[in-house]
Design a protein around this ligand. Structure first.
Ligand SMILES: C[S@@+](CC[C@H](N)C(=O)[O-])C[C@H]1O[C@@H](n2cnc3c(N)ncnc32)[C@H](O)[C@@H]1O
Length: 198
């Protein structure tokens, strides 16, 4: 397999509409602050390998990452909640989810992430969190979600290298937390990838 084929191997396995939608979204990646394809492929693979069933994303934007997450959750028969501050941005995401056939497993939520996370019911438990909204607030997202993450669950957070200064409080918090094992992966923006071990 040559390099071009290898780069496109995973995306080429999707149906035509999903592949074309993802490729289209990659053209405006910088305008919507989307994650890189490499990060998306990594998260997709991890959801399937870990058989994650209940995921939450903070920072929907136009749905690029949400599409990858929800395609993986279709494989595991899971579901996704995704939070976005700006309704217009999430409207675009919803259209993309509908077009690509994953909207039936997605609950889109509009509003400030901290306010929404504070209101999550006691019994709601997640096995996969993807944090990609306000960088300085990442530590608050982590603290608010900790009690909802099951043992073995994953907390992934993008931009820990590209926005190192803004993310330092979060990095220090998760690295020193006795219940989590965190690695920082050298993916394009830097991905913190932590597993809850107890
Ligand atoms: C980096 S973009 C998300 C990109 C998306 N995860 C992707 O890769 O396709 C961050 C998004 O978080 C949203 N956001 C920022 N602060 C937020 C907050 N406090 N509550 C909810 N959403 C927020 C922004 O409006 C923006 O659309």
């Amino acid at each position: 397999m040559n390099n071009v084929a290898a780069k496109d191997y995973l995306i080429n396995r999707f149906d035509d509409i999903t592949r074309e939608t993802l490729l289209d979204l990659e053209k405006t990646q910088r305008d919507f602050w989307n994650i890189s394809r490499q990060t998306a492929e990594f998260l997709y693979t991890q959801i399937i390998l870990n058989n994650c069933k209940n995921a939450i994303e903070i920072g929907t934007s136009n749905g690029y990452s949400g599409l990858w997450l929800s395609k993986a959750l279709k494989v595991t028969e899971g579901k996704l909640t995704t939070i976005e501050y700006y309704p217009k941005r999430q409207d675009i995401a919803v259209e993309n989810f509908k077009k690509c056939g994953t909207f039936d497993i997605i609950t889109p939520v509009i509003g400030d992430a901290c306010e929404i996370l504070e209101k999550i019911g006691e019994n709601e438990k997640f096995d996969f969190v993807f944090s990609d909204a306000n960088k300085r607030q990442s530590v608050e997202y982590f603290k608010l979600l900790d009690k909802h993450i099951i043992k073995g669950g994953i907390f992934a957070c993008d931009n820990v290298l590209s926005h190192k200064e803004k993310m330092q409080t979060f990095i220090d918090e998760i690295n020193s937390h006795p219940d989590y094992e965190n690695v920082i992966l050298n993916l394009p923006a830097g991905l913190a990838f932590a597993r809850k071990i107890r």
